[in-house]
Ligand binder design. Structure first.
Ligand code: NDP
Length: 291
């Protein structure tokens, strides 16, 4: 069994980006600039945004963090996004989700210019992804692809079972892996809460991708010998032994599933870190396309 180490794979991507960005600096070209918007102080969102900003700094991407109180009126937020759309120095915009209930996620996503939508959530970019046109692939599915590529895991002809059909993870990764591309060509089944015989379906899979949001949902009896298991889940569970009072765990019962696998991604230290690496790639590409 080999661990799909998101930290190592992310370091490789960051090194590559760092070199490319220092070349841009040397030749006097535009340096990528990411604007991140954080609303309120949800502790998980704070952590995610802080690590995105930190990762930008590590590779030389300029970052600007805009913080707003969670009482910000929707119109004011949309106005700030439009200002960033019009600001030529900004290449990528991300708005950390989830948003306060008073703000429409759909409106926010639709307001971000599709050319600066480095999270790849805008309907134009989702449509382009489905049609296999050049676009920003949303960071988590892109991160999964980058992780598979880093470990040279063959996807062609393999049977993939994705559990979870969200717009940000399950649905896009199932589409990407089924396309006729170097990182696709899999036969994919997309499962969800209404799927019958989930265990039997998973047992057929060469590659299982779990994006459910339920700790230890995927158990050893659901996974065949030598399967590749990608755990996307990030669940906070109470843990008195930790200073923070909680521990992070995935959607896979790692301890019992890992011995059966050929490869498995851990949580933390797996897909989460790749998501950030993918965001950096999208930001670099946004800048390159424009300048
Ligand atoms: P959602 O809550 O949007 O979707 C969960 C999916 O799981 C739904 O499609 C749901 O089915 C399905 N599901 C729920 N219960 C079952 C069940 N009993 N059997 C089969 N399917 C089930 O979650 P997200 O996709 O946003 O996130 C999933 C997990 O990934 C979370 O832990 C989240 O924190 C994590 N995550 C991690 C990221 C990273 O960077 N590593 C990024 C984004 C998310 P239905 O549609 O029928 O309700």
């Amino acid at each position: 069994m080999q661990i799909l180490d998101g930290k190592l794979a992310a370091i490789a991507i960051k090194e590559m980006l760092k070199n490319k960005i220092s070349e841009l600096k040397i030749s006097g070209k535009k340096i990528p600039h990411l604007a991140a918007i954080l609303i309120g102080n949800n502790p998980a969102s704070e952590t995610y945004v802080a690590s995105k900003v930190k990762s930008c700094n590590e590779v030389g991407i300029t970052s600007t963090l805009l913080r707003f109180d969670d009482s910000i009126p929707e119109q004011d937020l949309l106005h700030s996004i439009r200002e960033l759309n019009d600001n030529d120095d900004i290449d990528g915009i991300l708005v950390q989700l989830p948003l306060p209930k008073s703000i429409s996620e759909e409106k926010v996503i639709n307001t971000i210019s599709s050319e600066k939508d480095v999270d790849g959530f805008h309907p134009i970019n989702v449509g382009k992804m489905v049609l296999e046109l050049p676009t920003f692939i949303s960071a988590t599915p892109y991160g999964i692809i980058l992780l598979l590529q880093h470990y040279k895991i063959e996807t062609t002809g393999r049977y993939v079972v994705v559990i979870g059909r969200s717009n940000i993870v399950g649905t896009p990764i199932s589409i990407l892996l089924s396309r006729n591309t170097a990182y696709g060509n899999s036969t994919v089944t997309l499962c969800h809460s209404r799927t019958k015989n989930l265990k039997e379906i998973c047992l057929q899979a060469d590659i299982v991708i779990a994006a459910i949001g339920k700790p230890k949902f995927v158990t050893a009896d659901m996974v065949k010998e030598d399967a590749v298991v990608i755990d996307v889940g990030i669940n906070r569970i109470k843990d008195e032994t930790k200073k923070s009072g909680y521990a992070l765990t995935g959607d896979v019962d790692f301890e019992n599933v890992a011995p059966k696998c050929s490869y498995i991604s851990p949580v933390p230290g797996g897909v989460g870190l790749m998501t950030i690496a993918a965001l950096l790639m999208n930001t670099y590409n946004a800048c390159k396309q424009k300048h």
